[in-house]
Design a protein around this ligand. Structure first.
Ligand SMILES: O=C(O)CCC(=O)C(=O)O
Ligand SMILES: [Mn+2]
Length: 194
């Protein structure tokens, strides 16, 4: 494990082999399809998203929030696969968080130049627990800005199976990601939301 910025841990290859994780993404997206959400201002996001766990991150004209039921299907989000939970809890432990208990995993799918601009994950009730972020599929460059959205970010090239963990003083840090380097990239973002 190395720290790429204060309280931002990179665990290279921690999710390898990625096959079982990718199969789980497939099965989640059959029950809760990837879809393009809109920002509260009405702009479509470039990544496609779905969720698993007790609640799921959602956005539309009503704002950013967590939903217990998938608004697209009316059903609860698919349960978090044991392999997901295990990976996230293990990665957090390695990074110094002994009691991580994520209740949701946001799945992002990036195709055709999709990216995510600088933002911070701030829709959760509990900022004492870290974010665990896993790359699957194609590689991409992750951008860590830290406390402010401006300036030149730390650039981290993430390959499939790489895991980032950020928390404590970095929990509300600004970050973004560039488009995948050819092909489709998936990202799993684990959080304690409620
Ligand atoms: O895809 C990534 O690496 C980042 C995703 C992210 O920051 C988010 O979903 O909030
Ligand atoms: Mn984020």
């Amino acid at each position: 494990m190395i720290f790429v910025a204060p309280e931002v841990a990179l665990l290279r290859g921690f999710g390898v082999p990625t096959g079982p994780l990718e199969e789980a993404v497939d099965s989640i997206s059959r029950a809760a399809p990837f879809r393009q959400l809109r920002t509260p201002g009405g702009r479509p996001m470039s990544a496609q998203q779905t969720n698993c766990g007790d609640c799921g991150w959602y956005s539309d004209s009503a704002g950013y929030r967590y939903e217990t039921f998938d608004p697209l299907t009316g059903h609860p989000w698919p349960p978090m696969p044991e392999a997901f939970r295990h990976l996230a809890v293990d990665a957090a432990r390695r990074a110094g968080y002994a009691h991580y208990d994520p209740d949701t995993c946001l799945l992002n799918r990036y195709v055709d130049g999709a990216r995510m601009g600088a933002h911070r994950d701030a829709d959760e009730r509990d900022f004492t627990q870290p974010i665990v972020s896993v790359t699957l599929g194609a590689a991409a460059t992750f951008l860590w800005y830290g406390e402010a959205r401006k300036g030149s970010p730390v650039r981290i090239r993430l390959e499939p199976g790489d895991v980032l963990v950020w928390g404590r003083s970095a929990r509300l840090g600004y970050h973004g990601v560039q488009p995948p380097e050819g092909g489709t990239r998936f990202n799993l973002t684990f959080r304690r939301a409620r």
